[in-house]
Design a protein around this ligand. Sequence first.
Ligand code: FES
Ligand SMILES: [Fe+2]
Length: 430
Amino acid sequence: MRIGDLILRDRVHRSVYTDPAIFKIEMEKIFSRAWIYLGHESQIKQTCGYFTTHLGDASVIVVRQAQGDIRVLYNRCAHKGMQLVADDSQGAAKAFRCGYHGWIFDLDGSVKTMPAEAGYDGTAVCKSNPLNSLKPVAGVAVYRGFIFATAATDAPYFHTWLGPLKSSLDNFVDRAPDGEVEVAGGVLRYEHQCNWKFFLENTLDALHPMVVHKSAIRPAEILNAKRQEAGAEIPFELQMILPFGASYAFFDDMGQRGAPFGHGDLGDQMSIHSGYDGQPDYWEAMVKAYGAERAKQILSISRNNSVLYPSIMFKAPVSLIRVIKPIAIDRTILETWHFRLKGAPDSLFARTIQYSTIVNSSAGMVGPDDHEAYRRLQAGLGSDGGDWVWLARYLNQETADQEGARTTRGTSDFVYRNQFAAWRGYMEAA
Ligand code: FES
Ligand SMILES: [Fe+2]
């Protein structure tokens, strides 16, 4: 089947989730060509700080130079190719020394030392040959602290790629009274037995919470009724869980947006986070920083989940992001990173951790339901029980917004149709 035959206007073929040959092309054409989220500047605050992560299937080192700028280098020794730095590591270094034959590289990637160098006299193995340096990735963009990279020399200009989602990412940072955010706390890192696309779809799926998460919603509703009756206050834990059980009409009214390159937001108008109790000390800090009108405007944007396709979902109202790292057609690592808003009271960060613990963690009441759904989706689509996955809900009912995105009702399948339009564009590109 040709790529174009897999994506129809109202459905996609199951092989996009199950065929290892498709996955191989995705790594080459999507994860090597799109702008991929690598991490946040605050992970390498110190001079010469570094961390390792992946750009597609390549391990890379993200490293702050002595002058302060950030470089991204392939994590591959120029001698015989050994990975220089361990996966998922971080620290500060004066240089990188290969653990095999001891070549030493400067933080900018240039080779400093080749042990027993004289033996290479008269060959191409010399310090002046760029082949003996660590290779930099083709493009790096840092926007408001978020670090993205691409392996493509012909990638679109970063801001063209970001497009209308700029306002969503800005809102994540603008919520900090000091206008900056920083990674804090640990990372939740789980491997799931499923295709990477399920998470990006699920995170914008407003048609599943009332069904998949019923086992969390129902006890919360019972407890809430008891507390209301007793005139007791409603703790944040309940405020978090209860909106998952909202009606279809509520989720439709939230709205959604789809933008070029497959990006999208759920909760264009409001979200499941809109009804949380305000925090007076945070509000005061915001008013002091921005003035009441601007502070109100910032906090009135409450987009539930925003996706920068294909590698990051961010959740501005509770200051956390999810990062997608595909490993195989049916294996994906999903990470949750938490952010502290500079200038905000500690109680706000406590909410972020509380949200992540209750919703995202393996011990939580919500995330494990989704994980089970992904596993069963992979199992169902791997069978011969049918070839197509429907994306037909509210077909062709979108309207353009002022930022160049298209909006429609929250439970529409438009955001997925939009993701697959981008998927097709990447996969069919020369
Ligand atoms: S492979 Fe790195 S020094 Fe030989
Ligand atoms: Fe869910």
